[in-house]
Design a protein around this ligand. Structure first.
Ligand code: 6PG
Length: 639
């Protein structure tokens, strides 16, 4: 919907248009800003514009109107005095005309009081002469107050009957926040939530009732009314729990949707399910778009990182809406990109979460070392990690940890009142399963999943702690030096966490022929998402030069510099009874990746000894498989 507010100079197009923009959240544009400089020059000198002068201006505006329409709508203030001009701007039926009319004396008075405008007041007569009164649209008397004018316009436009650009199914925390984000960006949105008697009743309609400030937001408790409220092809975003609920919803929707409609799954669905759903829905002519969304509640409301995938044709129809609501990177570009075919959007979201697990766990290990190894208090730790952040370790998860370590309830730190049992919803474990399936070494991030699993066995841990008399032992060494070494260990561990996740993405991308762009993926993860960080900013450039962090020159020097501190801290921590699952796995992973002669020859010998599994030899350049009769050799050697 594009609303064009017309009228001669001084009729109040800008005032009414701006007010309309504030109320609808559609962007406001002033057609005067689109005049070529030659026209501006003429108007400043009081020379009336000819139709020839106006032609390129109107053509340019028509192009913009089409674009604004595509991206959700806009309010345009434009004199559009002649019918011929208006016809040029009437690019389709979604244009709504508001014509402002007033007595000449009022218009003159307003023009006299106007500052900073190039329009010469002397042109009013010529404008009034030129004006061809239209027979359509809403005609408004400008002597009314602007608030009342906007009220009249709202009644005339009848927002309730207007079709929404987009629909959201699922009014959980994320669904609600995204709905508000869409309407705040001027994208008319219908929302629907299922009804579960006694549990979920009138969720969508109540939500809309609470947000009357957004006239473009509409709520429905009935699915058919919701579907009818949407523009075609329909664009429906599912924000419901992953798994069977998605299949059930798709089944239900399939009966009512039409070929060409688009369903976007914004939940944390398993990507192999998404691959299957893309194919299934396509047999019905419906585009299914798996889309990873990161940023939690706040991100969804203010700007998430969006990872859409699937059909490119469907993507082109929703791209502009997604661009509007996404977080922006440091260059102002949307943290949203078309990821690739099938469920690749959900796949990278899964890996994102897996890195998130690793990043969270390594922070937990780090602050535990600071607290119980160095005996620092929570506020001291908060201050130290704040310094680390200023010193190049900026990342969202560490930032929230500085707050967590300062938060008290009465006299106690809240973190100390929280039970040490960590939950998980699946994405971390799915990444591990995927890594195993694709033969990708994944130990650092796998350990982050295992750590949560171990945490869940609280009673068992209490019993075993008593049996083993487990106690952390504080470090005796120089605190300041150790702090620096812990910081270095943490820094390197984070590089390895990312390397592990990106290795999995590379492998799966190659196997599926997805051609994922890792620099672009890093870019959309620089803002809005949970693992946004200064390291991620660096990865945008690193992955332009290489597809492996371990082969990137600058990163290699950094790893070489920090390696000794990671292995030292892991050794020290373990000796003092600290469990450091991700840190120690990161050290082992790194050593395992960079070692030329590993211990795997012993494994091959054992496999061949007990199972005749054969082995390849260093002295056989052809790489043939050999078997040895180990017992015979033993006998022959007389041992
Ligand atoms: C995000 C988060 C979000 C959520 C995950 C992880 O990127 O916004 O990853 O998707 O936190 O569901 O949840 P669990 O830790 O419960 O597995």
């Amino acid at each position: 919907m594009v609303i064009i507010v017309t009228g001669v100079s001084g009729s109040g197009k800008t005032t009414v248009g701006t007010l309309l923009s504030q109320k609808t959240h559609l962007p406001f544009f002033d057609a005067d800003d689109f005049h070529p400089s030659s026209n501006v020059e003429k108007m400043t000198q009081g020379i009336p514009l000819s139709d020839q002068d106006r032609a390129p201006w109107l053509e340019n505006l028509a192009i913009h109107i089409k674009d604004w329409e595509k991206s959700g709508g806009a309010i345009l203030a434009c004199s559009a005095l002649k019918e011929a001009y208006r016809q040029k701007l009437q690019v389709n039926s979604n244009i709504f005309w508001i014509h402002l009319k007033g007595e000449k004396v009022i218009l003159e008075e307003r023009l006299q009081n106007r500052e900073n405008h190039y329009m010469n007041p002397g042109l009013l007569d010529s404008q009034l002469e030129t004006w061809e009164e239209p027979e359509y649209g809403l005609h408004v008397d400008v002597s009314k107050n602007p608030e009342d004018i906007v009220k009249d316009i709202f009644t005339h436009l009848n927002f309730d009957k207007m079709k929404s650009k987009l629909g959201i199914i699922g009014m959980g925390v994320m669904g609600k926040s995204l709905a508000l984000n869409f309407v705040e960006n001027g994208i008319g949105t219908s929302v629907f939530n299922r009804t579960v008697p006694g549990k979920e009743e009138k969720v969508a309609t109540d939500f809309v009732e609470e947000h009357k400030e957004f006239p473009l937001l509409k709520g429905f408790d009935a699915l058919d009314a919701f579907l009818q409220s949407l523009e075609t092809p329909r664009k429906i975003l599912l924000m419901i729990p992953a798994g069977v609920a998605v299949d059930a919803q798709l089944e239900q929707l399939s009966a009512d949707l039409s070929p060409g409609d688009i369903v976007i799954d914004g939940g944390n669905s398993f990507f192999e399910d998404s691959n299957r759903r893309v194919e299934n829905m396509l047999t019905k002519g419906i585009h299914f778009m798996p889309m990873g969304i990161s940023g939690g509640e706040e991100g969804a409301r203010k700007g998430p990182s969006l990872m859409p995938s699937g059909n490119t044709e469907a993507f082109s129809l929703i791209q502009e809406y997604l661009q509007k609501i996404a977080a922006k990177d440091k260059n102002g570009n949307a943290c949203m990109t078309y990821v690739g075919p099938e469920g690749s959007g959900h796949f990278i979201k899964m890996v994102h979460n897996s890195i998130e697990y690793g990043e969270m766990q390594v922070i937990a290990e780090t602050v535990h070392l600071l607290r119980f190894g160095l005996r620092l208090s929570p506020p001291e730790i908060s201050r130290i990690i704040k310094d680390w952040i200023s010193d190049g370790l900026k990342n969202y998860l560490l930032e929230i940890t500085t707050d967590i370590y300062l938060t008290k309830e009465k006299d106690e730190f809240l973190v100390d009142l929280i039970l040490d049992v960590a939950g998980q919803k699946g994405t971390g474990g799915w990444s591990l399963g995927t890594a195993l399936k694709h033969h990708v070494a994944y130990s650092p991030l796998a350990e982050a999943v295992t750590a949560r699993q171990l945490s869940a066995k609280k009673n068992d841990r209490i019993e075993l702690a008593e049996i083993f008399k487990h106690r952390f032992r504080a470090f005796g060494e120089d605190k300041v030096l150790l702090m620096e070494r812990i910081k270095n260990a943490y820094t390197l561990c984070r590089i390895i966490n990312h390397e592990t996740g990106y290795s999995l993405m590379k492998e799966v991308s190659d196997e599926n022929g997805w051609n994922l762009n890792f620099s672009e993926i890093s870019r959309i993860w620089t803002n809005g998402c949970i693992i946004r960080s200064s390291l991620m900013e660096e990865l945008v450039h690193v992955f332009k030069e290489t597809d492996s962090l371990l082969k990137h020159k600058k990163t290699v020097s950094k790893i070489k510099e920090l390696k000794v501190d990671l292995t030292f801290i892991v050794g020290l921590g373990l000796q003092h009874e600290f469990a450091l699952p991700v840190m120690s796995a990161a050290a082992n992973y790194l050593l395992g990746r960079i070692i030329e002669n590993s211990s795997a020859n012993i494994l091959q010998a054992q496999r061949d000894y007990f199972g005749a599994h054969k082995y390849q030899r260093k002295d056989d350049p052809n790489g043939e498989f050999h078997h040895t009769d180990w017992l015979l050799l033993k006998k022959q050697s007389g041992k």
